[in-house]
Design a protein around this ligand. Structure first.
Ligand code: NAD
Length: 285
């Protein structure tokens, strides 16, 4: 990892601060960039809080916590990324935001630097097509919460070079994660399997085949899943699942990906799961 040096992370939200924390704990200097000081402050305190919990659980020493925090710099100016060997874009899931960020970073960083995106749904090939370094552009899809989740999907766009895929995999391993290499395709591997399963659980529930609790117990006890599909959908957000299914349906043009009617109706009602206080279950605000 010595070749990569400082890592830039764009976006200090849920995923960005998690990726920055994983770098810092692994001994890698990181600079986190967001649009404003308030977002950076929130990101930094999320990292501090998460590290503190690790100290309380005796998974991290107080000295290592302080050293990790000291490795995280923050900036609102993209110029802070100029010397990064790897920049991971983890900003809002909006194609025009991402195109804009990637073009800016492409023009700013050194010729050898690698650009990566944490996008969940946008084509790596399409994002890479606007860059002068499409061969050094790759998907690095982390899972939430980043410090806890062992998997990173390394996504190869059509123009991504073998050396870039290798470097991205080495980076994931340096963070203590296990990479799997995936060709660019909607949902990559994990969401392609997971989201249709969650959607199917909503079909079952909408058809009155079983109660929410019974469906969740079925998958927990029958398949050893740690959480049932409806409870997991409440955690992810029903709006997020609907958006993913709509992308699958449109991109594959296959009706097997059509969103469950009840999913669409619940989203229309504003029943988005935990974040709105109501989904398949109700939650105290
Ligand atoms: P988030 O809303 O928590 O954070 C996004 C951050 O990006 C915000 O702080 C926002 O201010 C910042 N941002 C927006 N425009 C910017 C710009 N021009 N420059 C710098 N920063 C900018 O979102 P998130 O959940 O962290 O998701 C980030 C990315 O990770 C998305 O592409 C998402 O699809 C992907 N992802 C999310 C999850 C998840 O479970 N949340 C899992 C895997 C991948």
């Amino acid at each position: 990892m010595a070749a990569i040096g400082t890592v830039g992370v764009i976006g200090a939200g849920t995923m960005g601060n998690g990726i920055a924390q994983a770098c810092a704990v692994a001994g890698i200097d990181v600079v986190m960039v967001d649009v404003g000081d308030a977002q950076l402050e929130r990101g930094r305190s999320a990292i501090a809080g998460s590290l503190e919990r690790l100290v309380k659980k005796e998974k991290l020493s107080a000295g290592d916590r302080d050293a990790a925090l000291a490795r995280v710099r923050t900036a609102t100016d993209y110029a802070a990324l100029a010397r990064a060997g790897l920049v991971v874009e983890a900003a809002t899931e909006n194609p025009s935001v991402k195109f804009d960020i990637l073009r800016k970073v492409d023009a700013l960083v050194g010729d050898d630097a690698i650009l990566a995106t944490n996008t969940s749904s946008i084509s790596i090939t399409q994002l890479g097509a606007v860059l002068k370094r499409a061969d050094r552009f790759v998907g690095l899809h982390f899972f939430n919460p980043v410090p806890m989740m062992a998997l990173v999907e390394v996504i190869r766009g059509l123009a991504t070079s073998e050396a870039t895929v290798d470097a991205a995999g080495a980076f994931a391993r340096a963070l203590g994660k296990t990479p799997i290499v995936v060709r660019n395709s909607p949902g990559f591997v994990v969401n392609r399997i997971l989201c249709p399963m969650l959607n199917e659980a909503i079909f079952l529930y909408g058809e009155g085949v079983a109660s929410a609790q019974e469906i969740d117990d079925g998958m927990k006890l029958g398949c050893n899943h740690p959480i049932g599909p409806l409870a997991l959908t409440d955690m992810i957000g029903l709006d997020v699942l609907l958006a993913v299914m709509q992308v699958f349906h449109a991109d594959f043009g296959d009706d097997k990906y059509r969103p469950a009617p009840l999913l669409k109706e619940m989203v229309a009602a504003g029943w988005l799961g935990r974040k709105s206080g109501r989904g398949f279950y109700t939650y105290a605000k």
